[in-house]
Design a protein around this ligand. Structure first.
Ligand code: ADP
Ligand code: MG
Length: 397
């Protein structure tokens, strides 16, 4: 069911409470924001509200203050940065509930923007406390959720408030649902999933959901180890999920019965210890030395994967191909990212926090059809789960 968005409601002169994800990173030990992507991601929603003379009341969490006021987790620097970007002042209050906040909300004029303090300074936020949600909602006439990265959490500001206000999606959530939803429900075929990451156990639900939908499955990263083991290869000291070997075997059997295509690494970069500066070499999958660790897919595998993916019209990628944080083991991840970035006629969708980070750090995010802003939320969506922060929004009629 499609959800109503801010374009479907009249916000003119209304007080609009918008849950955003301003959980931005800072330069170590300073109040300088090191990456404002999350602020920029909700600009379409904020600009729509300003243009329509709404009174915009933004709320967000930042970090994990665990229900207490933590000075360095205040949102003041975010209010300043947002003001610079918008070219107009953003009012800021040092709490998210209470008399000061109520006064600021009442005094807010059409077209003005107010940012409330970190929601998680109050333990009631994560507990989805009813009266806290009611107090928050009393500030506004309409609720907009545009915090896709927090939509998998049932908190007061993502779920509770929707009990008291008409609730609609912002443009960021609308785009995320459209892109990820279309990929799962009606992809142009052939449809390939490229899956990697550290542990197969983190990705079982994703694998199970995607298996019903894809034509091609390409596997890399630490989770390839368990599949290689299930195929009968020795995997040395690599991260292996012993208890998931049976799952991997069953999956491979399913793939065979359905005549789907499954690709596993043919060669690997292995290292003699699990360290960034460890000596390493490339070996075939049947030659992994007993005392070595799989760190990345090898060059033969990368060109095999490139050939396979070139023939696909939709490619969904989650999980890096290797330990990309360490330069010697970033080639597989870089290779896949560059390939997807350069495919002219394919829809390329990237989900997962670490994978998005890898694509970003390569400067290739703009070249993908869509890079999800919601790490954990995008994974839960790919698992086929209903996100609680989306479920509470009004359906389109
Ligand atoms: P996402 O957050 O996008 O869902 P993951 O967190 O599952 O992705 O995958 C990224 C992590 O997987 C990285 O931290 C990377 O170091 C790790 N990883 C990839 N390949 C391996 C490997 N062969 N052994 C151990 N860890 C790996
Ligand atoms: Mg991760």
């Amino acid at each position: 069911m499609k959800k109503k968005t801010i374009a479907d409601v009249d916000v003119h002169r209304k007080r609009v409470l918008v849950r955003v994800d301003f959980n931005v990173p800072f330069e170590e030990g300073t109040a300088r924001i090191s990456d404002d992507t999350r602020i920029r991601a909700v600009l379409p929603t904020i600009r729509h509200l300003i243009a329509n003379q709404a009174r915009t009341i933004l709320c967000s969490h930042l970090g994990r203050p665990q229900g207490q006021v933590v000075e360095k987790m205040r949102l003041a620097p975010v209010a300043r940065r947002l003001g610079e970007i918008l070219g107009s002042p953003v009012f800021y209050v040092q709490d998210c509930v209470g008399p000061t906040v109520e006064k600021a909300a009442i005094e807010l004029q059409p077209g003005e923007v107010l940012l409330l303090e970190n929601l998680r300074f109050h333990p009631e936020e994560e507990a989805n406390d009813t009266s806290f949600a009611k107090t928050l909602s009393s500030l506004a006439d309409i609720y907009v959720n545009d915090a896709f990265g927090t939509a998998h959490r049932a908190h007061a500001s993502t779920v509770g408030v929707a009990n008291y206000l008409p609730a609609v999606a912002g443009y960021l959530i609308e785009r995320e649902l459209a892109m990820l939803g279309t990929t799962l429900e009606s992809p142009a075929r052939p449809f390939a999933a490229v899956l990697g990451g550290a542990k197969v156990s983190d990705k079982i639900a994703v694998l199970e959901n995607l298996l019903k939908r894809v034509d091609v499955l390409v596997i890399g990263g630490g989770m390839a180890t368990t599949f290689l083991k299930a195929r009968g290869f020795e995997v040395g000291r690599s991260l292996l999920a012993e208890d998931k070997i049976a799952f991997a075997s069953a999956l491979m059997k399913y793939v065979e019965e359905r005549r789907l295509s499954l690709y596993l690494p043919q060669d690997l970069v292995v290292a003699s210890s699990f360290k960034g500066d460890a000596p390493y070499r490339v070996v075939d999958a049947d030659e992994i030395p007993p005392d070595h660790y799989i760190m990345d897919i090898g060059p033969k595998t990368l060109s095999l994967y490139e050939n396979v993916l070139k023939g696909c019209r939709t490619i969904l990628w989650n999980g890096t191909m290797g330990v990309f944080e360490w330069k010697p083991f970033a080639s597989g991840t870089r290779g896949i990212a560059q390939l997807l970035a350069n495919l002219p006629n394919a829809t390329t969708v990237v989900g997962g926090g670490s994978t998005a980070e890898a694509v970003d750090s390569l400067g290739l995010a703009q070249r993908m059809t869509h890079v999800s802003t919601g790490g954990g939320a995008s994974l839960e969506f790919l698992e086929g789960k209903t996100l609680p922060g989306v479920a509470v929004l009004m359906d389109k009629t």
